[in-house]
Design a protein around this ligand. Sequence first.
Ligand code: SF4
Ligand SMILES: [Zn+2]
Ligand SMILES: [Zn+2]
Length: 300
Amino acid sequence: MKCRKCGGAAVLELRRHNVAFCAPDFLEFFRKQVSEAVRRHRMFTRDEAVLLAVSGGKDSLALWDVLIEAGYKTTGLYLDLGIYDYSKESHAKCEAFAADRGAALLTVSVEQEVGAPIPEVRAVTRRPTCSACGLSKRYLMNKAALDHGFPVVATGHNLDDEAATLFGSVLHWQTEPLARQSPALPSTHPKLVRRVKPLYRLSELETAAYAFLRGIDYIVEECPFARGATSLMHKEILNRLEEASPGAKHNFLYGFLEKARPAFERVAEVELHECARCGQVTTGTVCAFCKLADQVKRAR
Ligand code: SF4
Ligand SMILES: [Zn+2]
Ligand SMILES: [Zn+2]
């Protein structure tokens, strides 16, 4: 296998692009995909301060590495979910990464904000763990950005994550999530910051290869609640499709973004209000986060 760019020995074959690269040319390809995503969706400029949600996993740390190298102004945001050793270890990875590069890292504790760590939230609500956790993460990311004056929050969602989310939404024809699924969601309210996913053009395998080649020390273990999650099952199904027909995931996601999403966007326009309790944005009177926090308080 030869590198498509320099003809040297390739270390990685990207079947969906029908190319192979040596290590330096793969890193270059990876960086270009990120800058193409940022440019195409006007995610942020070099003058804007970007709050980057980091979990300690390969995707968010690979993204942070690319953005720091490219000279963007980034601050990491670690949401401490209080999930046993998994949270302790992932926090340590983020702290070490930030310290190595002299980068700033904010930490927000879910226990302080919601009233209990995720395992306890799980015990007192009937919601599936990942649903309560995902809701809290989205809320706290937005709140941290508002509190600290960041106009934009970036996350490390990759092509596989996005394709799996899309697959799940399509299976149930959930029109609202379909309208919201995008590499870049603009701010539609003064209290809602822009949300962007600069890795949406890169697969999980590619971010893993990038992290490995750059010597990034990330947490390999998954969150203990991820086991058995339907999103993992959807990823497996898509991986099987990808095996048989390289580029399937890419075509599924890109085709949706180009051809189908605008139609869903038109149907799902909703009016936004400020939550009567916390002032953040909601479609109702009291936001879902405040309701969750109430439920936790009552149960304690
Ligand atoms: S797997 Fe579920 S519980 Fe674990 S961090 Fe992700 S959303 Fe939260
Ligand atoms: Zn090469
Ligand atoms: Zn609220």
